[in-house]
Write a protein that binds this ligand. Sequence first.
Ligand SMILES: [Zn+2]
Length: 377
Amino acid sequence: MPITAYSQHFEKELDAEQLLALMNARSTPPAAYSLEQLPDQWREWIKQDVRCPSCGAPGAQIVNGATARASSTVMRQPHFRFVAQDGGDAHHRFCDFHHWDEHAPHSDSLVNFGSARSRETRLVRMLVCKAIERRLFSQADIRAMRQWFFDTKSQNRYVVAATEQALEYRWRLRCHTHHFGLEFHPSHAAMPGFDWDEAALSEFSRVYKPVLDRFNYVRPPTAAHTRARALAKHFGEEVFDTSVLEPFYKQTLNLCTFFATHTPELGYSRHAAMMFRWEGASTVLLAFCALLLHVSAWDIQVAIAKLGQLLASPPPADDTLGNVIGLNPFHDYLAWQLVKEASQLAVEQPDDLDYEAQLRTLKAEMQSDYDAWKQRQ
Ligand SMILES: [Zn+2]
């Protein structure tokens, strides 16, 4: 359910309201249809003209936004759905939006205008229009970036081997980021308030350091784990290997952090901006910052110079020039990363994935070391 899609006729990626504004303005005589009362003929034209921003599939339908009745808060903004001739999902099997409705009704790619983050959406939309107006990037660049991400991912694939147990094991490893791996000595337990459970966790961090070192560069949020469990139903199937995007993801998060830290209008605290590198940034920021980097050959200094230029320039004359916010190029990145890592674990140590048992064994060994040590005292 992308928020924006590519109009072949207008040669632009647009959100539903921008598309309608252009259609109304260009029709003779000019029309004033709203999204709720689109004539069938217009719906048919949209179906033929508008393409998925990720895989290029045809068959676009506009799904209207929703408003909460009591507060008249906008709960969901209008978006596009792509339907095949047979009524099924029109997206390419490897498209980010494949089976979207079914699996991710509240996914990170839909921006909620009812939330406090809506000012971020509006600011980014304005910056995109400014950038197009000032020729910092074009609609063709937006298309090219989409294609680049799609091609890069589809050239790198692997077969999902992540079992439920492997995913759980990988998830439990995240708790070990804060331990520094002090080696246990039985004398530690002579402390009157000694905490065996904490000590066992710390010892785990030391003993399993080689495994942890491979995986602990991020501390994924719970939502990524929940999503990873849903994605793992692709067990045995070939999927995109998003780990090929890692350097680009990290660079994009760096730019998101810089942008949020130095742009109070976005409404992030300094701490919240710092957390991006662990938990990921919003869809809107990721999409915009990835585009700025893409047109700067992924050089962050060049991208920051462009960002400064955009923020300091006057508002755009035309706010229907484009909208990049509909698709996060790092869609489900953290969840897919967990699936990939759990797949590796399931292949490399299939009989060694019982986290609780490993912890229990360690604790029992430590306690018996302590008993032996005590008798020698
Ligand atoms: Zn698609």
